[in-house]
Ligand binder design. Structure first.
Ligand code: SF4
Length: 191
């Protein structure tokens, strides 16, 4: 393929800004062999551990590549009978669930009316959540409606799950909340 001077400068600028690969692809250059080699180099000496995408109940199979205990890559497992190595965009980003400088690793609490976030220890936060759940339930629990119908519920507590909750967590969450009489249980992935 012939590259004009303009094309060359466009590609050079792309390289500086991290878009050179996209620039080459736009010019009709096949990147598949290069990308395959780069991927191969990244996982060449890695240990591959079969796993499952945690994001939804489709349960697509993954391979987690680690080098010296550190995750270097996660991709679809082609041996999976139902997903055959494919992952949806969310599943394809699982790596960022583990390696992500923006991930919150501490409990942040902002008191009512406060402008600043405060870092709390996990035990303190869990105790506070338990305290408020119990207080709210005690104050709002309804055993029977006025017509005598047994309902054993509270409508004052709402549970909203996130897309990163896995099946096991959701199972336990349902058991806990139904046991408390909570009826408003929803998941962000469905909204
Ligand atoms: S890859 Fe997508 S479809 Fe598959 S389990 Fe993960 S979130 Fe669900």
């Amino acid at each position: 393929m012939d590259l004009s001077r303009r094309d060359f400068f466009n590609l050079s600028a792309g390289a500086l800004t991290g878009t050179a690969l996209g620039g080459l692809a736009g010019l009709g250059v096949s990147l598949a062999p290069t990308l395959a080699r780069a991927q191969e180099a990244r996982i060449k000496h890695a240990k591959a551990t079969p796993s499952v995408c945690p994001y939804c109940s489709v349960g697509c199979a993954t391979l987690v590549h680690t080098v010296e205990g550190k995750i270097v890559n996660i991709e679809g497992d082609p041996r999976s009978p139902h997903s055959e190595g494919a992952l949806c965009p969310k599943g394809a980003a699982i790596y960022q669930l583990h390696i992500n400088p923006n991930r919150a690793t501490k409990v942040l609490h902002r008191a009512p009316g406060a402008a600043e976030w405060e870092i709390w220890g996990l035990d303190r936060a869990m105790d506070r959540v338990a305290e408020l759940v119990k207080k709210t339930r005690d104050e709002t629990f309804v055993e029977r409606l006025e017509n005598g119908k047994l309902v054993n519920s509270t409508t004052a507590i709402f549970s909203l799950g996130g897309a990163t909750l896995d099946n096991e967590w959701n199972h336990i969450q349902q058991k806990l909340l139904r046991g408390l009489g909570v009826v408003a249980i929803e998941n962000q992935a469905r909204i």
